[in-house]
Design a protein. Structure first.
Ligand SMILES: NC(=O)c1ccc[n+]([C@@H]2O[C@H](COP(=O)([O-])OP(=O)(O)OC[C@H]3O[C@@H](n4cnc5c(N)ncnc54)[C@H](O)[C@@H]3O)[C@@H](O)[C@H]2O)c1
Length: 244
């Protein structure tokens, strides 16, 4: 039996994780923790922590898990470069899965995006569009950022030099090298992502739409079972799904 702590248990994802965990044999929720609770005190009775909280919280959670030798699944997004570095440090002590998106469909979208970028080549203009509910706190989404990283890697470019966050005013013509990113917010949209490859005479669009948080929750719970007992290191959902 794998014993899991849900950190951020009162949030949208936390609530979904608690509901989904009940359906998974071999998994037991050891504790549900949110703002104001003491994570440290419940770690003793757990094998793995799942963190869906806020970007400023994760590094401290990772440090606690490293101190107590517990595995970690990171769902939280929006970390700064400094926070990412802090979190990465603990990858040499404990096993962690760190993914911007835990849905199988989105991880397929990641794979397809890489293939399409490789096949279509530099003649296609690249734009990424994402939409989320009005309460989301970070932009662009972690998933959109992963899509941009995939595109940047295939194009062999430094993302900070080529990204165009929206457009306004007299922007001039689009350059060949730029990659557009557009974050829409509204209503209760769980998460939509589209990668557009546009050339003269044709356009390819790869789209994923999540209609339920259960897809992320079930993926994160699967990751929690997978990562418990692994060697220290930083894994992602492609590892969990065996897509590497
Ligand atoms: N990786 C994925 O697949 C995926 C999917 C959905 C959301 N997310 C990310 O997960 C995070 C949470 O999303 P959400 O929609 O559930 O947000 P939310 O705001 O509904 O929930 C966050 C919860 O974290 C709690 N929290 C804040 N600080 C805390 C602390 N110090 N200790 C414990 N709990 C604390 C809040 O009280 C809240 O209950 C966001 O970063 C979001 O982008 C990732």
């Amino acid at each position: 039996m794998k014993r899991v702590v849900i950190n951020g248990s009162k949030g949208r994802m936390g609530q979904t994780l608690l509901a989904c965990a009940q359906q998974i044999p071999g998994l037991q929720v050891a504790a549900a923790v949110d703002l104001g609770d003491d994570l440290r005190s419940v770690l003793e009775g757990a094998d793995v922590v799942i963190d869906f909280t806020f970007h400023a919280v994760t590094a401290e959670v990772a440090a606690l898990c490293a101190e107590r030798g517990k595995a970690l699944v990171i769902g939280t997004t929006g970390h700064s470069e400094g926070e990412k570095q802090e979190i990465r440090r603990h990858g040499s002590t404990i096993p962690m899965v760190w993914a911007s998106n835990y849905s199988t469909g989105v991880n397929t979208l990641f794979w397809l995006t890489q293939k399409a970028a490789e096949i279509l080549g530099p003649g296609f203009d690249l734009e990424v569009v994402e939409m989320h509910h009005r309460l989301k706190k970070d932009a662009p989404s972690g998933t959109a950022t992963t899509l941009l990283e995939i595109l940047g890697k295939v194009r062999q470019v430094q993302l900070d030099e080529v990204l165009r966050h929206g457009r306004k005013g007299i922007t001039g013509e689009r350059t060949n090298s730029e990659i557009g990113i557009h974050a829409l917010r509204g209503g209760d949209v769980v998460g939509d992502h589209t990668v557009i490859f546009a050339a003269n005479g044709e356009r390819v669009e790869l789209t994923h739409k999540a209609s339920s948080r259960e897809t992320f929750a079930n993926g994160a719970l699967r990751a929690a079972q997978w990562v418990t007992g692994r060697s220290p290191g930083i894994y992602d959902m492609q590892d969990v799904l065996g897509l590497r």
